[in-house]
Design a protein around this ligand. Structure first.
Ligand SMILES: *Cc1c(COP(=O)(O)O)cnc(C)c1O
Length: 219
């Protein structure tokens, strides 16, 4: 456990999969973690982080960005439309574009600001009613609409159902990205990032395996 261990495991997984070293980006998911744990990882030189909550990110990152101007913070949690404006100001990427109303809002903000974060479309590969994401059969049309709106779609993101093997979901997401001409694959968390790398992940989102367990009661 810990940053160095995860970096090593990513390198081994890249090697086993016959992929170039460094082809997978490690998003250190710092949501709900105490400041001292995040500061330790920043001090070790890591610069790419993921957050789930706009408000929490807004409270933490502006001051760390002053100390570490090259830091990148990416939104990986569900994004409410009324927080979209704040989100495009706070994050270098949004991994959770999951509906047309949000896409329209992001397109509007992009026009207004002349720039926009990198975007990933979240796909509900497990077709779970409680989970966000575009259904697989609606994806191709959705991606086409986003591109028609000049939105910079980098790739796809998924969170496989709990308690089932993740690999089929990773393979399915890779297939969907391929047929849509998208290079980015945001998939894999603490428990399954090596499987995700074998399936072609370009971004893995690892939280507890780097920082330790999250204590939601304290947060
Ligand atoms: C919290 C979270 C993660 C990180 O989960 P861990 O199991 O702690 O690695 C990754 N992706 C998303 C979307 C998350 O919400």
């Amino acid at each position: 456990m810990g940053l160095e261990d995860i970096i090593e495991r990513i390198a081994s997984a890249e090697k086993r999969a016959g992929r170039a070293l460094g082809s997978v980006q490690l998003i250190a998911v710092s949501k709900v973690q105490p400041a001292e744990r995040v500061e330790a990882v920043l001090a070790q030189g890591h610069r790419l982080f993921g957050e789930n909550y706009v408000q929490e990110a807004q409270g933490k990152w502006p001051s760390w960005r002053e100390t570490y101007p090259d830091v990148r913070v990416e939104m990986i949690g569900p994004l409410q439309s009324n927080k979209a404006k704040l989100a495009v100001e706070l994050f270098e990427a949004i991994h959770s574009v999951d509906r047309m109303s949000l896409a329209k809002k992001l397109a509007h903000l992009a026009q207004e600001r002349g720039e926009t974060p990198d975007l990933f479309v979240q796909v509900n590969t497990g077709r779970e009613p409680q989970k966000a994401g575009i259904l697989p059969e609606d994806l191709d049309a959705f991606v086409k609409e986003l591109i028609a709106m000049d939105l910079p779609v980098q790739g796809l993101m998924c969170i496989p159902p709990e308690g089932a093997p993740a690999r089929p979901h990773f393979d399915a997401l890779a297939e969907m990205a391929g047929r849509n001409g998208l290079w980015g694959l945001s998939m894999g968390m603490s428990s399954d990032f090596e499987d995700a790398i074998a399936a072609g992940a370009t971004h893995v989102r690892v939280g507890s395996a780097i920082f330790g367990a999250r204590d939601y009661a304290k947060a």
